[in-house]
Design a protein around this ligand. Structure first.
Ligand code: S3P
Length: 450
């Protein structure tokens, strides 16, 4: 039994022993996960048949499709799009109490109770080991104010909820800078008569932009540090067609791979360039990275374009402004790799939310950097990274026990291909949640992975 177990273990592990050789290529990147999930949720409450092209077929998104099917939404997978048959606001057809499994997806798990806030059946929401450690009190609070009967033990999964026919609009301050919480509230507001008002710290705004594109009665007033969002509930909206662009968070692995590789160039096509997601580009450019955006165009309220990257040999350290945190929240692991290779001490502050992700990413990143010989000091949620421009590894490393966090796995692969050393990295399957063809693209660029 022990042997079978250890075999399985190795099967899910990659080994990297060589630097990636110089490359000069064009790639397309996997579709945006946030937009894929939002298009599924919104098309399920639109009226009629939506066509969503280029949906990301990763586990998180497939779980969203499975869940909407369970609550009575039909969809058909065509060659390069999904037809989703929306049931209209408050139109879910649930015959009996249900258990819904969101797998690893925080976005799905936190948005779903908002989508179902008026659904009159008991729903139990569960998830995998990583999701079961994450905080749900952040959505329980606003949903309770709407009048949803929602319960959990200690703010963790499983949560049980029963929507209401008598929802009341709320006036809420979203103070975490969480797009998941904001979207949960917006979806619940759609089910609620009257005007809901949200003061929200800056976070990605795909939901608001989609609703604007759908002519939903929503106003967004952008202030320097927060947005004021007002929307009127119970306004039915028509089905729509949408083509999901590439995901900047997935592109970021290849942006940093190119920057840290020698004599390489990369063009990444059709990436979503929503300003609320561009923190990584702003931060890396301040650190001297050679990155250019070309052919930027507006698509249904979002920006899309190509990103051109060239290897950069000298990086400057950064005192990273905390106001950029939310727009780079999923990319800090990669930014830390660049800081490790830069000249000087980089500081990052208020990174509390980083420990609330699929794994405690701040803790894991600090251990990782120390493991590769980089000095890191920490004061609560603030860290300083002492860069070493000559960083070149020749020891063996084993990356394990990271709660199968896809971004830890992929960041480790980038470190291994650009810093050298001999690496074993566990939990290869973790990429299936967000970026199933990650290793294929690495191999296409010449990365040697066993
Ligand atoms: C997401 C929002 C972010 C991000 C996550 C996707 C979304 O989480 O980290 O990967 O699609 O709304 P928070 O809202 O918790 O910051």
């Amino acid at each position: 039994m022990k042997d079978i177990k250890s075999n399985l273990f190795v099967k899910n592990q990659v080994k990297i022993e060589n630097f990636i050789q110089p490359f000069n290529q064009k790639i397309s990147i996997t579709s945006d996960k946030s937009l894929s999930i939002r298009c599924i949720l919104l098309s399920s409450i639109a009226i009629g048949k939506s066509k969503i092209f280029n949906i990301l077929e990763s586990e998180d998104v497939l779980n969203a499709l499975k869940i909407v099917r369970k609550i009575g939404v039909k969809f058909i997978k065509k060659k390069n799009f999904y037809e989703i048959y929306g049931v209209g606001i408050n139109g879910f057809n649930i015959k009996k109490n249900l258990t819904l499994n969101a797998g690893n997806s925080g976005t799905l798990a936190r948005c779903l109770p908002g989508l179902c806030s008026a659904t009159r059946k008991n729903i139990k929401l569960i998830g995998d080991k990583s999701l079961s450690k994450r905080d749900f009190s952040r959505i329980i609070k606003p949903l309770s104010l709407f009048g949803v009967n929602i319960k959990s033990y200690n703010g963790l999964l499983p949560i049980k909820f029963l929507g209401s026919n008598f929802l009341r609009p709320i006036n809420f301050f979203e103070d975490k800078g969480s797009a998941q919480v904001k979207t949960c509230i917006i979806l619940s507001a759609i089910n609620t008569p009257g005007i809901t008002r949200i003061k929200a710290l800056k976070s990605r705004d795909h939901t608001e932009l989609l609703l604007k594109y759908l002519n939903y009665p929503i106003t967004i007033n952008k202030r320097e540090n927060y947005d004021i969002i007002k929307l009127r509930g119970l306004n039915q909206f028509k089905s729509f067609n949408y083509h999901i662009p590439g995901d900047i968070s997935s592109a970021s692995f290849f942006i940093v791979l190119t920057l840290l590789s020698k004599n390489s160039e990369l063009l990444i096509k059709d990436v979503n360039l929503n300003p609320s997601r561009l923190g990584i580009l702003k931060i890396l450019k301040q650190m001297n990275a050679k990155i250019m955006i070309i052919n930027k165009q507006n698509y249904k309220g979002e920006f899309i374009g190509n990103i051109k990257i060239k290897s950069t040999s000298k990086f400057k350290s950064i005192n990273c402004p905390a106001k950029l945190n939310s727009s780079a929240i999923d990319e800090f692991l990669l930014i830390f790799l660049v800081a490790a290779k830069s000249n000087g001490i980089s500081s990052f502050s208020n990174l509390n939310e980083l420990n609330k992700k699929e794994s405690p990413r701040l803790d894991i990143a600090i251990n990782f950097l120390r493991m590769i010989g980089i000095k890191v000091t920490r004061n609560k949620d603030n860290i300083k990274i002492y860069g070493n421009p000559k960083l070149k590894l020749c020891k063996s490393f084993h990356v394990k026990n990271f709660l199968k966090d896809h971004r830890i796995f992929m960041m480790s692969v980038i470190a291994a291909l650009t810093f050298g050393g001999s690496w074993k990295i566990n939990d290869k399957d973790s990429i299936n949640t967000s970026f199933p063809n990650f290793l294929k693209i690495i191999k296409k660029l010449g990365g040697k992975i066993n």
